[in-house]
Design a protein around this ligand. Structure first.
Ligand SMILES: [Zn+2]
Ligand SMILES: [Zn+2]
Length: 378
């Protein structure tokens, strides 16, 4: 087997690619390699399409991406149900739909789209609609305070023209093959044994209904794609990889069952200055050496603006100071995390002549030190 390619390389994005960059790259490549639209060799395109979809799935999932960055492909063994990526692991069906619009024109009823949207779950009763996933990227400041966001979700809804029946003007008949049950029994005799299996009726595709003329609007599918706007509440303190669930905001069921759910997956962008550790924040703050030696009040950034931090005289390089309650809201429990400031002591690369004179004077006051004195712990 050929060696597995690097996911970033597959999508042609840098290692620190943002969600927007990933989306854009996937969009372009999907347009090129989707088997229903490609101009390339079909088998090759199908393979490439799966490869880019796998890379997209992993890199847009903060936990999988972290494992991959740390351990490479090996880190992901165990992340996919069948040992490796399968189409059933792909959670971005709505993105594909976003790219290609209404799928009526893309040979529905076979191949990949069935894998995405067909589901193939063997329960009885009308199947629930497909659940959708939507990714949003927010800044750390927004994650700290939370707030409302409006998103546009392309989802399947019942076709208005035929009221979901798929029939022109809604004129339907009971399927004569399955008698309206939507399922057929297959009996096989092998020697003395009879095997009975139940499968969806092929004539009516499991709906129990047939019609003479298809609805021209939805080409008989009973569904159409429409973009709905949804307001979502982002709770303060939200972290990367968390999912917000909106019951019933997914696709409508083609069989009249419950609609699927919508999962909004939140990605929090890396901050220029702050590193996040749960509800706590860490900041690396350079200070001048005289500030460390004499003690000082220094201005430090906080997520809400700025605050003053007291550096005690004699502070050492790497000392950490805690600013209580300046972190993010705890999602569970109450209160807020803290902000930690780790100082590093700057040594000037260039001195003015006045500074040089002053420093020389200072040096004259200090006795010369041997290495034993220098190595002594203070
Ligand atoms: Zn219709
Ligand atoms: Zn039937």
């Amino acid at each position: 087997m050929a060696e597995k390619r690097d996911y970033y390389e597959v999508l042609g994005v840098p290692k620190n690619a943002s969600l927007d960059q990933l989306k854009k790259a996937y969009r372009e490549l999907a347009r090129k390699y989707h088997p229903d639209v490609t101009k390339e060799d079909k088998a090759h395109a199908e393979e490439r399409f799966k490869e880019i979809s796998e890379a997209y799935e992993v890199l847009t999932d903060p936990e999988k991406r972290r494992l991959y960055d740390q351990y490479g492909h090996q880190g992901l063994s165990g992340q996919f149900s069948n040992g490796g990526f399968q189409w059933s692991d792909f959670t971005h069906a709505s993105d594909i739909r976003d790219i290609f619009g209404d799928m009526g024109s893309f040979g529905l009823g076979g191949g990949l789209f069935d894998m995405f949207f067909g589901g193939g779950r063997g329960q009885s009763g009308p199947r629930k609609g497909q659940s959708l996933r939507y990714d949003i990227e927010i800044g750390l400041e927004e994650a700290a305070v939370g707030g409302e966001r409006e998103v546009s979700i392309p989802r399947s809804v019942q076709c208005e023209a035929c009221k979901g029946t798929g029939a022109k003007d809604g004129k339907v008949q009971t399927c004569t093959v399955c008698g309206g049950r939507g399922q057929v029994q297959n009996v096989q005799q092998r020697g003395y044994q009879r095997f009975v299996s139940i499968s969806p009726c092929a004539r009516c595709r499991g709906t129990g209904r047939t019609f003479e003329h298809r609805c021209p609007k939805c080409e008989g599918r009973g569904m159409q794609v429409s973009t709905s706007k949804l307001k979502i509440d982002i709770p303060p303190g939200i972290d990367s990889g968390m999912r917000l669930r909106f019951a019933g905001a997914g696709d409508a069921s083609p069989e009249g069952g419950q609609p699927g759910d919508l999962f909004v997956v939140v990605h929090v962008r890396e901050h220029e200055h702050f590193k996040r550790d749960g509800a706590d924040l860490w900041l690396e703050m350079p200070v001048e050496y005289w500030e460390a030696a004499l003690g000082a009040e220094v201005e430090v950034p906080t997520l809400e603006g700025k605050a003053m931090l007291t550096i005690p005289a004699g502070a050492q390089d790497g000392s950490v100071f805690r600013m209580k309650g300046n972190g993010l809201t705890h999602l569970e429990g109450r209160g807020k995390g803290d902000q930690y400031v780790r100082i590093s002591i700057k040594v000037p690369r260039k001195l003015t002549s006045e500074q040089r004179t002053l420093l020389r004077k200072l040096a004259e006051h200090e006795p010369k030190k041997g290495f034993l004195d220098r190595l002594k712990k203070n």
